[in-house]
Ligand binder design. Structure first.
Ligand SMILES: [Zn+2]
Length: 161
C-alpha cells in the first residue's frame, strides 16, 4: 500500500478486446508523475485504500490520455468521473531489466557480502543460501524471475506493440 498520496487519474473506458483488456485513463495530475506509467496499480483514494486493478503495459500515451493493457480480470467497480490513484511499481531501471530480452539470466546462490539484499522488483528481502537470478549487477528473487522473465506476466517481453 502506498504511504503517500499517489497521483490521481480518471477512468475513461474499460474494454475487453479480442486479445486483451484495455483501460483508458486520463491523468489528472500529470506533473506529479515520474518514471514508467506501467506497470502500475490503481488504488481507491477515498475511504479505505484498496488496490483495484493492475495495469501491466502502456500501449499509448497521447497528452494526458493513456491506454493500458492488463491481464487482471477483476471487475472495476467505480463510477465514471471518480478520482482514483495510480501507483507506479518501478523506475525505468526495473522496467528495462524485465523488458530487455537480450539479457542472459543465470542462477546463483545469494551472496550476502557482495549482493544487494532485496529484490528490486518485489522489494522482498533476500537471504543466504536461497537461489537468485542475475543478469546485471543486482540479483532478483526466484519468484520474480519465474513471473516476469520466464512467463512474461506483464507482456512486455514478447509484445511488438
Ligand atoms: Zn522479487
Amino acid at each position: 500500500m502506498p504511504d503517500y498520496e499517489i497521483p490521481a487519474v480518471e477512468l475513461l473506458t474499460d474494454e475487453q478486446t479480442s486479445q486483451e483488456r484495455r483501460i483508458v485513463l486520463r491523468l489528472l495530475e500529470p506533473d506529479r508523475i515520474f518514471g514508467p506509467l506501467a506497470p502500475a496499480s490503481l488504488w481507491r483514494l477515498s475511504g479505505e485504500m484498496e488496490s483495484l486493478l493492475e495495469l501491466h503495459r502502456l500501449i499509448e500515451a497521447r497528452g494526458d490520455t493513456c491506454v493500458f493493457a492488463t491481464s487482471d480480470r477483476r471487475p472495476l467497480r467505480i463510477a465514471q468521473g471518480w478520482r482514483i490513484g495510480l501507483g507506479q511499481w518501478w523506475t525505468p531501471y526495473e522496467l528495462e531489466l524485465v523488458a530487455d530480452t537480450t539479457l542472459e539470466w543465470r542462477k546463483a546462490p545469494f551472496d550476502d557480502e557482495n549482493m544487494v539484499d532485496y529484490c528490486p522488483l518485489c522489494y522482498r528481502g533476500l537471504e543466504e543460501p536461497e537461489p537468485v537470478w542475475l543478469a546485471a549487477a543486482r540479483p532478483i528473487c526466484s519468484d520474480c524471475h519465474a513471473k516476469f522473465i520466464v512467463t512474461d506476466y506483464l507482456g512486455v517481453r514478447t509484445s511488438s506493440r
